[in-house]
Design a protein around this ligand. Structure first.
Ligand SMILES: NC(=O)C1=CN([C@@H]2O[C@H](COP(=O)(O)OP(=O)(O)OC[C@H]3O[C@@H](n4cnc5c(N)ncnc54)[C@H](OP(=O)(O)O)[C@@H]3O)[C@@H](O)[C@H]2O)C=CC1
Ligand SMILES: O=C(O)C1=N[C@H](C(=O)O)C[C@H](O)C1
Length: 248
């Protein structure tokens, strides 16, 4: 049995994760912690793996604690940039047996969407991303949109593509979205939505749209459970659930 603790256990993703872990073969839910709880409860309960669905401003502190206490971590919380990843690599360097998985999105369909978008990137002159989420989301653009933009930008760079064309010279602030690694990202917040993304590609006389929809937070759970089962045997930093899927 793998003993699992959940951080952010009262939140939308944390509560769904608790249900999924309780139902999963070979996993035991030993701790549910939320805002104000003492992280020492994790070691008292014997947690081997922590699943973190908290907030961008607290996740790095949680991970420093986990790495320092030899607890592996599966992280869905957003807010990771190169600087944060470098910090984690340094911390893990001092604890070579520990593992951390950072996944912008645990839904299999979203991982495929990112992969397909990276594959399509070199064939199109234009590309923009639209992410659509529930209005309780605190960060924009979404972690998934940021990651998708980075993957597309890397593929375009490798192919020697020119910058995405855009003749805009006057615009209201925000009208052209945010720029991530040279790719425009637009955010929609709408009651009724969960998590959705479109990647729009365009070239002479044609467009290609790759769309993914998470209708329910259950969509993330197979990926979270896979992450928990794999991270106990995967020391170091793993960025992206695709490393635990047989995509090639
Ligand atoms: N990778 C993926 O597949 C997915 C990632 N996410 C990401 O996961 C994160 C959480 O999303 P969601 O569940 O919707 O958010 P919620 O706001 O519903 O849940 C976050 C929970 O964490 C709690 N919390 C805040 N600080 C701490 C702390 N220091 N220790 C423990 N718990 C704390 C919050 O308490 P309080 O409300 O009192 O602050 C809240 O209960 C976001 O970054 C989101 O983008 C979401 C869906 C899928
Ligand atoms: O906050 C959310 O809900 C989600 N957050 C993640 C993100 O920012 O990409 C994953 C998914 O989009 C849902």
């Amino acid at each position: 049995m793998i003993k699992v603790g959940v951080l952010g256990a009262k939140g939308k993703m944390g509560s769904q994760t608790c249900l999924a872990v309780e139902d999963a073969d070979g996993l035991e839910l030993v701790a549910r912690l939320d805002q104000g709880d003492d992280l020492a409860e994790l070691t008292k309960a014997g947690a081997q793996v922590v699943v973190d669905f908290t907030r961008p401003e607290v996740v790095m502190g949680n991970l420093e604690w986990c790495i320092g206490h030899g607890v592996d971590a599966v992280v869905g919380t957003t807010g990771f940039d190169d600087e944060r990843l470098a910090t984690l690599r340094d911390q893990l360097g001092a604890q070579p047996a520990s593992g951390v998985l950072i996944a912008a999105n645990f839904s299999i369909g979203a991982v495929l969407m990112m992969r397909f978008a990276a594959q399509a990137a070199k064939y199109y002159e234009s590309v923009e991303i639209i992410e659509l989420h529930h209005p309780d989301k605190v960060d924009a653009p979404s972690g998934t949109a940021r990651r998708t933009a980075e993957l597309i930008a890397a593929a375009r760079r490798e192919a020697g593509a020119a910058p995405v064309p855009d003749a805009t010279t006057t615009a209201l602030d925000g009208a052209r979205g945010a720029e991530v690694d040279g790719i425009r990202v637009h955010g929609v917040r709408l009651r009724g939505l969960v998590a959705h993304q479109e990647v729009l590609f365009g070239d002479a006389g044609e467009t290609l749209t790759i769309r993914h929809d998470s209708m329910h937070r259950e969509s993330f759970m197979a990926g979270v459970l896979l992450g928990v089962r794999r991270i106990v045997d995967t020391p170091g930093l793993t960025v992206g659930l695709e490393h635990f899927l047989d995509l090639d």
